[in-house]
Design a protein around this ligand. Structure first.
Ligand code: TTP
Length: 393
């Protein structure tokens, strides 16, 4: 069976982290977000991966190439994001028989994807606490008969997790009308499948969509928690690694460093001397973390430098960022309320009591910059020495 992985989106809510990288290619542990989806499909026995690409498509093509983990890979281009059915339509000429559709910005638990692939046709379901926020499955016994978008009074707590396995015939059913919100939607294709087939649902033990920056942090917390200790890099005898820590080949840990897992130190990263890295932290390729720097529960993307005397907590730093000496991130409000962040012009609660900052690629802070919780520094932003930043810039 072929698997379509939807990976055409920019991820506008994830800005500025998506300035040069499409959302599905943002890092989650040691691989891009959508590689976790691809891996689940490969483990479930897919015969071919078809990536639907659009925004910064080359990043996806370069990573997966023509073959990935022994499975052939094809690409279909969706120039404009006009909806999920439109995305699958872009891949239509590649389709030959039954196919699965997975989302490149969702994290699934791989065992459930294997179960989903065994139910044909089938749809993945998730038991949600607030089903009214999602598309809720209408069921008749074990059979799914429809999906109702965001109902006020949901009949079940089973919501559609997007992933599905469709019969080959569905290839001809992709030309749906635009929905009320102006998109060509896969749920309208599913309605036809529900009408003509017995469709079962597979409950997912774990599932999350990654849309906003703090969700990328949660995604990393999930996948880093699964780490097993692996030390292939150069670790000083006077450094201490506690718990599940991965130090990839080509990474270096200097004397006096303490790393408390789960943590992943990727190839080419250099840590210390005397640094403290803890709590679900990812240090990307060629990251430098220097003397007396503490990094906690954060994602630090490739080539970023935090060279001296800084604190970074519960934060996301993009690529090639440089934090001046003494830059300090505040990650907790005095009133203990959840930290808010502005997403596409709207103030939104992150739901996190501890949350730091989001820093776009290439940003540089002056020495002793103080960053307030929830602040977003845009791509290439600059701060002056001793600045206190309490607004996005
Ligand atoms: P969204 O999260 O709705 O879109 P996005 O990923 O671009 O993010 P944002 O809303 O922040 O801009 O998309 C959900 C998934 O569907 C994601 O995997 C991208 C995919 N998709 C397409 O591939 N093509 C489309 O036309 C649409 C609407 C979504």
């Amino acid at each position: 069976m072929q698997t379509i992985v939807l990976a055409a989106g920019e991820g506008t809510r994830m800005r500025p982290l998506t300035a040069h990288t499409p959302k599905p290619m943002l890092p989650v542990a040691d691989r891009p977000l959508c590689a976790h989806t691809a891996d689940a499909a490969v483990a479930a026995g897919t015969d071919e991966l078809v990536f639907v690409v659009g925004y910064e498509a080359d990043a996806v093509r370069e990573h997966f190439g023509e073959e990935y983990r022994g499975v052939p890979v094809a690409y279909a281009t969706q120039d404009e994001q006009l909806g999920t059915a439109h995305a699958v339509r872009a891949a239509r000429e590649h389709l030959d028989g039954e196919f699965a559709v997975l989302y490149g910005d969702d994290l699934y638990d791989p065992a459930s994807i294997e179960q989903l692939f065994a139910s044909r046709p089938g749809i993945a379901a998730y038991r949600a606490e607030n089903p009214s926020n999602y598309g809720v499955l209408d069921t008749d016994g074990d059979r799914v008969v429809g999906v109702t978008e965001k109902p006020d009074e949901p009949e079940t707590d089973l919501v559609s997790a997007g992933a599905c396995v469709l019969p080959g015939e569905a290839r001809e059913w992709l030309d749906v009308e635009k929905s009320a919100r102006g998109e060509y939607e896969l749920t309208d294709v599913l309605d036809r499948v529900f009408a003509e087939y017995e469709v079962s649902y597979t409950p997912l033990d774990r599932w999350m969509g990654v849309g906003r920056p703090w969700e990328l942090l949660t995604a990393n917390e999930w996948k880093l928690a699964d780490l097993e200790r692996r030390v292939e890099g150069d670790v000083s005898e006077r450094a201490e690694l506690r718990g599940p820590v991965v130090v990839e080949e080509g990474a270096a840990i200097e004397p006096g460093v303490v790393v408390e897992g789960p943590a992943m130190i990727r190839s080419g990263a250099h840590v210390g001397p005397n640094a403290y890295v803890r709590g679900a932290t990812l240090l990307g390729e060629r990251v430098r973390v220097g003397h007396s720097v503490e990094i906690k529960n954060s994602v630090v993307m490739a080539e970023t430098h935090v060279p001296h005397l800084s604190y970074v907590g519960d934060s996301l730093l993009g690529r090639e960022v440089n934090l001046g000496a003494g830059t300090t991130v505040a990650n907790l409000r005095h009133d203990d309320k959840p930290v808010k962040q502005t997403v596409k012009g709207e103030r939104v609660s992150t739901g996190r009591r501890k949350y730091g900052v989001v820093v776009g690629d290439g940003a540089k802070t002056g020495i002793h910059t103080a960053l307030h919780p929830g602040v977003v520094l845009s791509t290439g932003a600059r701060t002056m020495p001793n600045e206190t930043v309490d607004r996005d810039r």
